[in-house]
Design a protein around this ligand. Structure first.
Ligand code: PNS
Length: 179
């Protein structure tokens, strides 16, 4: 009897997990991905069943890397994390979230300076779709000062970026900047 109950409980638990698969979307420009981004992706992948890292296609902003290149670089540095998918999106984030059947946005919070912008964005997204929740993760003490813009600037002026971006993509960034 006790054994039967345990089997039933296990079945209910597994069924619940199956039906309540939590997909989180980590959106951004990722031009290029930094160690700070990667830290957030790794930590989020331990909390959620699936993490979709999605690069914004912004026709008004020319980046160092085009969208396909950014996606490829992110795939390269996340290939060891099985529950991470990498894609791109255009238009409103909330519409993309609906397409993906996801209701959680992941954002990394660095210094206080990020707060105001992120606070505004989370409320706008909630207003556009009340099902959306933004989950903020504090960036690691090792990477809180990092930004893609700073990485590009350091590389452009000949500084070392090895502490700032994953090893596998250092040479790709330097090659791109030297072109
Ligand atoms: O890495 P970034 O540039 O800070 O990322 C910003 C991003 C992509 C998360 C944000 O610009 C975004 O969600 N853009 C999609 C358009 C949208 O839905 N905007 C929200 C209402 S202002």
């Amino acid at each position: 009897m006790i054994k039967e109950n345990m089997v039933t409980q296990q079945f209910v638990f597994i069924s619940l997990r199956r039906t309540k698969m939590k997909t989180a979307v980590y959106p951004g420009s990722f031009d290029p991905i930094t160690k700070g981004h990667l830290d957030i992706i790794r930590r989020a992948s331990r909390i959620f069943d699936e993490v979709i890292v999605s690069v914004l296609i912004n026709p008004n902003k020319v980046g160092l890397f085009n969208i396909d290149e950014r996606v490829r670089l992110i795939k390269k540095v996340t290939k060891d994390i099985p529950n991470v998918k990498v894609e791109s999106f255009s238009g409103l984030l909330v519409n993309y979230m609906k397409e993906k059947n996801a209701s959680i946005i992941i954002k990394g919070l660095r210094a206080v300076s990020d707060f105001e912008y992120e606070f505004q964005m989370s409320h706008i997204n909630k207003k556009l779709d009340h099902n959306i929740e933004t989950v903020f993760m504090m960036t690691d003490a090792e990477t809180f000062y990092l930004s893609s813009t700073a990485v590009k600037q350091v590389a452009m002026f000949g500084g070392s970026i090895k502490d700032f971006v994953p090893d596998e993509i250092v040479s790709e960034i330097l090659n791109k900047i030297q072109k």
